[in-house]
Design a protein around this ligand. Structure first.
Ligand code: HSE
Length: 399
C-alpha cells in the first residue's frame, strides 16, 4: 500500500481524490501497488464530505509520517507551497503538483532537492491541464533537438476569444459571462494579462533548453485590448485571433513571448477553441507534433496530477530524470525578431500608411472611418519605428 497525502482540498485537490477513488482499479494496477489517501491538508473543515475523516490542518502530521511516500500539492501560490514542498522532498517524499507559479519560480531547485533525496518532483498538471506535454518533452522526444514550441496555454483567454469570434460579443461582456460560469477568476488579471501563459511557456521552454528560462524575462502582452472590430478584420481575411505563447531557438539563441496573434485557417492552432489548449512542438528530426486537450478544469487537471502519482509509485526510491538546470538562459529581446503585422489606422492616414509601410495587403472589412492592412515581414524594431512615425489605432502580430 502506498500512502498519499493531498495538500489543498480545493478544485484540483478534490479532483485528485475523485480520480483516485473513481479509477481505483486502473490506478492500482498501473502503480503496481494500491494507492491510499491517508491525509488531506486544508485550513477548512468539510463536515459531511466522504473524506472528512482524512482532513488535517497540521502539515507536520503529514511531513512527520514516514508512511507517506507521495504528496499532491494542489494549493497553488508560492506560500506556503514552496516551504511544504521543500520539506517534503528533503524527507524523501515525492511531490506531484499542478502549481505552475511554484514550478516556474523554483522548479530546478526543487528537482535538485528531490534527486538528492531519491525522490521526485513531477509537474505534468502545471502546463496544459490534462494534456500530456511535460512527459513527452522529458521522455518521448529525447532524440530530438527541439527548436520551437508554440501553444495556446490558457483556457480562460481562449474561451473569451473564441466567444468573441463566434458571437461577435465584446470583451467585457464575455469576460463577465466567463466569470459567471466559473471559467474565469473573480480577479482575472493573471489570465487576461497573459501572466499565466507566461509561466507555462517558461516551464516548457526550460525543458526545451534544459536550463532555466525566467518568466520575468519573457515579453508578455494580454488580450484586454482585443475588440470585436479586430475580429471583423480577422474574419474578412480568413483569420482568427489567439493568445499564443511561443519560444524559439535560433543559432543557440532563445527568445520567448506571449501575445495575441492573428493566425490563418491553415495554422494548426486555428481550430483550438473554448477552454481547450494545444501545444505544437517542433523537433529537428520529427518535425511538428501537436498535443491537444482540456487545458483547465477539475478532473482533467487532477488526472494529470494522478498520472504523476502513478509515475512516482512506480519509482519509489528511484530518480526519474528531468533535464532542467538552474543555469539561466540569456534571452534575446523580441526587437530583432521578424514577422508581419496587422495594423489599423484612421482612414485619413491611408496614403501615408502605404507610403510608410510600402508593401501592404489591404483588408476589406468595411469598418467605417478606418483603413486596415497587413504589412510585409519586418523586425519588431522596424515596425515600432514606422508605427510610431505614422500614429496607429492598434496592431496585432501575424503568425
Ligand atoms: N486559469 C488557467 C486557465 C487554469 O484558464 O488556463 C489552468 O492553469
Amino acid at each position: 500500500m502506498i500512502q498519499v497525502a493531498v495538500m489543498g482540498y480545493g478544485t484540483v485537490g478534490s479532483g485528485v481524490v475523485e480520480v483516485i477513488e473513481k479509477n481505483k482499479e486502473e490506478i492500482n494496477k498501473k502503480s503496481g501497488e494500491p494507492i491510499n489517501i491517508k491525509y488531506i491538508l486544508d485550513l477548512r473543515d468539510f463536515p459531511g464530505d466522504p473524506y472528512a475523516d482524512k482532513i488535517t490542518h497540521d502539515v507536520e502530521e503529514i511531513l512527520n509520517d514516514s508512511e507517506v511516500k507521495i504528496i499532491c500539492e494542489t494549493m497553488g501560490g508560492l506560500k506556503p507551497a514552496y516551504d511544504f514542498t521543500r520539506r517534503a522532498l528533503l524527507s524523501g517524499k515525492s511531490v506531484c503538483t499542478s502549481n505552475k507559479e511554484l514550478v516556474a519560480t523554483y522548479g530546478p531547485e526543487l528537482i535538485k532537492i528531490a534527486h538528492e533525496n531519491n525522490c521526485n518532483y513531477l509537474f505534468e498538471a502545471s502546463v496544459g491541464g490534462g494534456i500530456p506535454i511535460i512527459r513527452p518533452l522529458n521522455y518521448s522526444l529525447t532524440a530530438e533537438k527541439i527548436d520551437a514550441i508554440t501553444g495556446i496555454l490558457n483556457g480562460t483567454t481562449n474561451y473569451i476569444l473564441s466567444k468573441m469570434e463566434k458571437d461577435g460579443a465584446c470583451y467585457d461582456e464575455v469576460l463577465k459571462e466567463a466569470q459567471e460560469k466559473g471559467y474565469a477568476e473573480r480577479n482575472p488579471e493573471a489570465d487576461v494579462e497573459g501572466y499565466d501563459a507566461c509561466r507555462k511557456i517558461a516551464i516548457l521552454s526550460s525543458l526545451m533548453c534544459g536550463k532555466t528560462m525566467k518568466y520575468q524575462d519573457i515579453y508578455t502582452e494580454g488580450i484586454t485590448k482585443i475588440t470585436t472590430t479586430d475580429f471583423a478584420y480577422a474574419h474578412a481575411c480568413g483569420k482568427t485571433i489567439k493568445l499564443l505563447a511561443l519560444s524559439r531557438e535560433e543559432d543557440g539563441k532563445y527568445y520567448a513571448m506571449v501575445a495575441p496573434f492573428m493566425i490563418s485557417k491553415s495554422h494548426p492552432l486555428y481550430m483550438v477553441n473554448g477552454v481547450f489548449n494545444a501545444v505544437c512542438v517542433h523537433g529537428n528530426m520529427l518535425g511538428d507534433s501537436m498535443y491537444y486537450g482540456r487545458g483547465a478544469g477539475k478532473l482533467p487537471t487532477a488526472s494529470a496530477v494522478v498520472s504523476d502519482v502513478v509515475d512516482c509509485a512506480r519509482h519509489i526510491g528511484k530518480v526519474i530524470m528531468c533535464f532542467w538546470d538552474a543555469e539561466e538562459v540569456a534571452l534575446t529581446g523580441i526587437d530583432r525578431t521578424s514577422r508581419r503585422f496587422f495594423v489599423r489606422v484612421p482612414l485619413e492616414k491611408e496614403k501615408e500608411a502605404i507610403h510608410v509601410f510600402e508593401k501592404v495587403s489591404v483588408i476589406e472589412a468595411d469598418v467605417p472611418g478606418e483603413f486596415g492592412f497587413i504589412t510585409d515581414e519586418m523586425t519588431e524594431a522596424e515596425f515600432n519605428e514606422k508605427a510610431g512615425k505614422l500614429g496607429i489605432i492598434s496592431r496585432i502580430r501575424v503568425e
